[in-house]
Ligand binder design. Structure first.
Ligand SMILES: Cc1ncc(COP(=O)(O)O)c(C=O)c1O
Length: 375
């Protein structure tokens, strides 16, 4: 006889019902002529024209795609000087996060991430049946000492988004290396570098070097941000051969679709488009941060393509008030309640039109005149 508790219906395993399902950024605002979606860190320049062409050409819909994403891995390998055998492509980096959790953690195991770490880490950990362990941050920035202090004999994975979403803050390479050196060798350090291309700091490194020089680090990247291919859901992992092998064993046999393989391959080769997206972000990230600061808002310094903006704790001026005011004018930002930051909104750096409108509307909301700095 089984000792499983009797139930009159199937019951999900422990952890599953503790998951708060991920709520994506809103895409709609009622009653406005034009919507500016600044809620999901998408690319305001869109996809590369070459990627769009490749997407449209990938119309042999009756055939299964190449289950190994070979062309795409070769293109990524050539672009970054990496061995394609050490790469796995996924249905967005989200899928790779889930697969890593499933492959390396289970009931009784612990998975560490930081206080304001990307929400999918929690979902993937609970879905695997493992226990989330949260390391406190300092100044909305990952604290390596807090992570190291949280490590126990049960720790299997540390997820670190660098830069982090939703804070936009980052850890310099020295700190990431200190984290890796402080971890026991059996703990997998996952460096999620979804926003790596945007970072303009000499002391930043996405993770390629650590993966290449250690045995317990994997790096994740995505085509959803700098390449503007969020709709196609494609991301990649660079890791030790053993991690690549484990993920390949449990992933879906055809996890990346043919259009994503074709468009991703074209996108990675369109370096001019990537440079244009980086230049656009450089210019407008600085401008938006300066303008919002001049309006008296507190802006967490960001190295990514979004900023976290903190609103005053005063009647009519709080983050939910600002969110309602902005949405009524077509500007959709991201509420941060799910991250435990109800006083803040996160906004993606948009087109010039969206950025200028955002600042003008926030000036109106706060009853102030715009600073009017040129960009
Ligand atoms: C830190 C971080 N990691 C991973 C992802 C997931 O990206 P993808 O679209 O590749 O699943 C996101 C998306 O917002 C993110 O912010």
């Amino acid at each position: 006889m089984s000792t499983t508790p009797v139930s009159d219906r199937p019951v999900p395993r422990p952890g599953v019902l503790a998951i708060e399902a991920y709520v994506p950024g809103k895409a709609q605002a009622g009653g406005v002529a034009k919507v500016y979606k600044l809620s999901a860190n998408e690319n305001p320049l869109g996809a590369s024209p070459r990627a769009r062409e490749a997407f449209h050409a990938a119309d042999a819909l009756e055939f299964y795609p190449d289950g190994s994403s070979t062309r795409l891995r070769e293109a990524i390998g050539a672009a970054y000087g990496l061995d394609p055998a050490r790469l796995v492509c996924g249905t967005g980096s989200d899928e790779l996060i889930t697969l890593i959790a499933a492959a390396y953690a289970g009931p009784g195991d612990e998975v560490i991430y930081s206080q304001y770490g990307f929400l999918v880490y929690r979902i993937a950990t609970l879905a695997a049946g493992a226990t989330p362990v949260i390391a406190a941050e300092r100044d909305l920035t990952t604290d390596v000492d807090a992570i190291l202090a949280a490590v126990t004999a049960k720790t299997r994975i540390v997820f670190l988004a660098n830069p982090n979403n939703p804070t936009g803050t980052y850890l310099p390479f020295d700190e990431v290396r200190r984290l890796q050196r402080g971890l026991p060798p059996q703990v997998l350090l996952v460096l999620d570098a979804a926003y790596a291309e945007y970072v303009r700091r000499n002391d930043y490194e996405s993770g390629i070097e650590l993966v290449a020089t250690t045995r317990n680090v994997a790096m994740l990247r995505t085509f959803s941000k700098i390449h503007g291919l969020a709709a196609l859901r494609v991301g990649w992992l660079y890791g030790p051969a053993e991690v690549v092998d484990a993920v390949n064993r449990i992933r879906g046999a055809f996890n990346v679709n043919a259009a994503a393989i074709a468009a991703g391959t074209a996108a990675i080769n369109d370096t001019a488009h990537v440079e244009a997206a980086v230049a656009h972000n450089d210019r407008w990230l600085a401008w938006v941060a300066a303008e919002l600061t001049a309006l008296g808002l507190v802006v967490t310094p960001s190295v990514a393509n979004f900023v976290l903006v903190h609103f005053p704790d005063a009647d009519g001026r709080r983050a939910p008030d600002a969110d309602a005011f902005l949405s009524a004018r077509g500007l959709i930002l991201r509420r941060m309640d799910a991250y435990g930051l109800p006083g803040a909104l996160r906004l993606t750096i948009g087109t010039e039109e969206a950025n200028r409108l955002l600042v003008a509307v926030l000036a109106e909301f706060l009853g102030k005149k715009e600073a009017g700095h040129g960009a």
